[in-house]
Each structure stands twice: as C-alpha cells, then as structure tokens.
Design a protein around this ligand. Sequence first.
Ligand SMILES: Cc1ncc(COP(=O)(O)O)c(C=O)c1O
Length: 296
Amino acid sequence: MAGPAFDQREGHIWYNGEYVDWKNAKVHVLTHGLHYGSCVFEGVRAYGGEIFKLEEHTDRLFKSAEALGFELPYTQDALMRVQIDILAKEGLTDAYLRPVAWRGSEMMGISAQSNTINVAVAAWEWPSYFSPEARLQGLRLATAEWRRPDPRTIPCKAKASGLYMICTLSKHKAEQAGYNDAMMLDFEGYVAEATGANIFFAKNGVLHTPMPDCFLNGLTRQTVVDLARRRGIEVIERKIRPEELGDFEECFLTGTAVEVTPVSQIDNYAFTPGDVTKTLMDDYTSEVLPKAAAAE
Ligand SMILES: Cc1ncc(COP(=O)(O)O)c(C=O)c1O
C-alpha cells in the first residue's frame, strides 16, 4: 500500500494506557509475541466516524487472547472507548483500526506464564484494500499450496498472528504469479477462504459458502449471510469441493478490509459478478453507513 512505512507515520498510537508518538510506539527485539507468535489482533473499520461492529470485534479480540491463554488487562468497555477516542484524537472518519495484544519480554522461552500483556491500538485512514480497478474487474485468485490447518492443531477461531504465516506465504506466491490473492483449501481439501477474507459462490441465485469449521467465521461473512437472507436469497453453508468451482456463476470475498469484492477467476475457472454479488455489495455499503447518516 502506498504511503510512508508503517513505523514512519505521523500521529499517536494508544500503547498500554497512554497515547505515544506514532514513531515511538516500539517493542523490544526480545519480545515473546515476536519470537513465539503470542500475539492477537483485530482489523476494525470506521465509516463516517462510526465504528462498524465495534462490540463484536472487541469481543473477538478478548476471545482470541483467551484462546492463547492470556487475559487482557483492560475491560471490553475500556478498549471500545479507546477505539472511539483514537478516531477523534487522530481526526479520522473513514479509517482502519488495529487493536493488538501480545506477551512481553520478562521471560524468553516457550513458557512465558508471567509475561506482561501489552495492548496497543493504532488507527489510520484506509481506502479500499484492493485498487478500484482490481475491484471492478474482479480479483484473480490462485489456489494456495498451504492449507488451513486441522482445528486439533491450532486455535483456529482465534485471530492470532501466528496463523497468518501461511497466509503471507500463500499470498506472496499468488502475487508473484500475477494473481491478487490465494484461495486456501482446508486440511481435508475442501475450499476454505482467501488469505484474509471469507469466500462465497452463487449459482442460480443461491449462495454457497464453506462452513467455517476450521477458519475464522468473519464478521463480514456473518453480516452478508444476514443481508442475503433478508433479501430472501437462500444461503447454503456446506463443504465445497474445489472440483465444483466450474459449476458456479459468481464468486466474491468478504472481510472487514475487502468488504464485498467480486472474484473473476480462480485458477482456470471464470466468474462474472451478477445480480447476487451486486445486490450484496450495495446492501453491505448501506449496512456500514453510520446510523445517523442512514437515518436521514
Ligand atoms: C484469515 C481471515 N479470514 C476471514 C477474515 C474476515 O473476517 P472479518 O469479516 O471479521 O474481517 C479475515 C479478516 O479478519 C481473515 O484475516
């Protein structure tokens, strides 16, 4: 993404209870979260100054921390207040917020039972994740060689930094081959999701989406399922085999960052954004409007 590097921006970051200068929001190199992946985070978005699903994102952050066996030293209300306040402090209205929590430096080893839990919240202006051209044309995905792991091997519902290692590997490989993103299969070989978003397909006006049994049941995914059902569009959550991709007419991704973004190609399968995709893109755009503006 264009713009200054993320450690070189102007502004303030909320860091363990106080606002620090953006460039000074640092961690020590001997930090447990850095070496052993004991770190959880959220990706949250504000539209017109109002944070979409603030409570749900904050709740997920706490649940992710719990899944990694640590407790955040703040209440959910206090962290929600920080996220609201940082927007005002930084003068942001359409923004991305990144709450993050990690184990500190007191112990450097696998065990870090008594390490301090650090918490920070950064916020910055965030335009569309993919360029407008890519979005209109639909994204091109390639199937990743890495798979979403068996839920018996990792806490798969946690938004934990360690779980993104395979996402970065997969996305890099797809980008190097000229694609926008990778589609990941799960450990059993069923279609799972993209590297930072959930996936939907449409056929004969019906939506099909993988069961989120070994990956994040995204808040955008849940919103889109609700929006579709409100429209009377049938939504089938099921196991989807990669060989079925040729049967679908439409495909799109959902996520806080990508919102609802059409997919035009996965490997050799082509998709064309149709009525279902366009309706849900519009409905999602209306759904995230700040309540005050939506009421006008
Ligand atoms: C791996 C992965 N799957 C799905 C999602 C979509 O989740 P949400 O809609 O809550 O942003 C995200 C983004 O957080 C993600 O990183």
